[in-house]
Design a protein around this ligand. Structure first.
Ligand SMILES: C[S@@+](CC[C@H](N)C(=O)[O-])C[C@H]1O[C@@H](n2cnc3c(N)ncnc32)[C@H](O)[C@@H]1O
Length: 237
């Protein structure tokens, strides 16, 4: 499984770097709101943070500099991405733990081991790789891994209400064909194939319903960006 993801890493990471560089997916705005919420909600507190589907932690690492991070734990299938994490979170001067595993299995393991409770659990642009039934199970387990005051922040792509997956994919991918000029033809093709085969976004309503069914007392939508199709939810126990 991890071999596949190393292959994907090699093929796709250069593309993701260009997407970040040109802010095609709107990372700057949504991570900026996450940063502000962390500063407001957790001032004067040292944070144990879990990052689900962390990749190389490049973007999150740069938006955590205003928080007081005691420990950072990252989960990702790509070993090569994880090798870059220490460099990207090094400036935070925190303990670093890395789990090179499928995030479903890793979260099961953390729940079973009862080894860690987190102040902040974060997932950025990763959970849309699993379908809603798996997301719902993950939400319930994530809640068990949070300290009483902890919050689960989810940044991900989302589908419009009543929109089919096929319609979402056509709409989401249209600007990659017309406006994402930094990607060459081969990169655009690779991206389109990857998104069409791997993305299963939920709607805002479904995500909020899943949060409540998992037992979260609150689920605030801090951003819904229809242009980039991304959403930021903050869930508390
Ligand atoms: C688009 S990248 C997002 C990286 C980073 N979180 C960010 O916000 O920029 C998605 C990441 O999720 C990881 N991923 C996808 N499915 C996974 C799974 N089932 N278990 C663990 N990692 C997974 C991929 O390897 C990739 O690094």
């Amino acid at each position: 499984m991890s071999t596949d993801y190393n292959h994907i890493f090699n093929q796709h990471w250069a593309i993701y770097q260009k997407i970040l560089q040109h802010d095609y997916m709107g990372h700057q705005a949504v991570f900026g709101l996450l940063e502000a919420s962390l500063v407001k909600g957790f001032s004067n507190r040292q944070l144990d943070l879990l990052d689900i589907g962390c990749g190389d932690a490049q973007t999150l690492g740069s938006f955590l500099k205003t928080s007081n991070i005691r420990s950072y734990t990252g989960i990702d299938l790509s070993k090569e991405a994880l090798e870059l994490v220490p460099n990207n979170v090094g400036a935070l001067n925190c303990d670093i733990g890395l789990m090179n595993m499928d995030f479903v299995a890793a979260i099961d393991q953390l729940v079973e081991d009862k080894t860690g409770q987190f102040d902040v659990i974060f997932s950025g642009f990763a959970l849309h790789h699993v379908q809603d039934d798996t997301k719902a199970l993950l939400f319930a387990k994530i809640k068990q891994l949070l300290k009483p005051h902890g919050r689960f922040y989810l940044i991900d792509v989302y589908q419009q209400e009543g929109e089919s997956r096929a319609a979402y994919l056509d709409r989401y991918l249209a600007p990659t064909l017309t406006h994402w000029h930094a990607l060459d033809e081969q990169e655009t093709d690779l991206l389109n194939v990857h998104v069409r085969s791997s993305d299963y976004p939920s709607t805002r309503t479904r995500l909020i319903k899943m949060a409540h069914e998992a037992g979260f007392a609150t689920c605030e939508c801090l951003l819904e960006d229809p242009v980039h199709s991304n959403i930021l939810l903050s869930m508390g126990k």
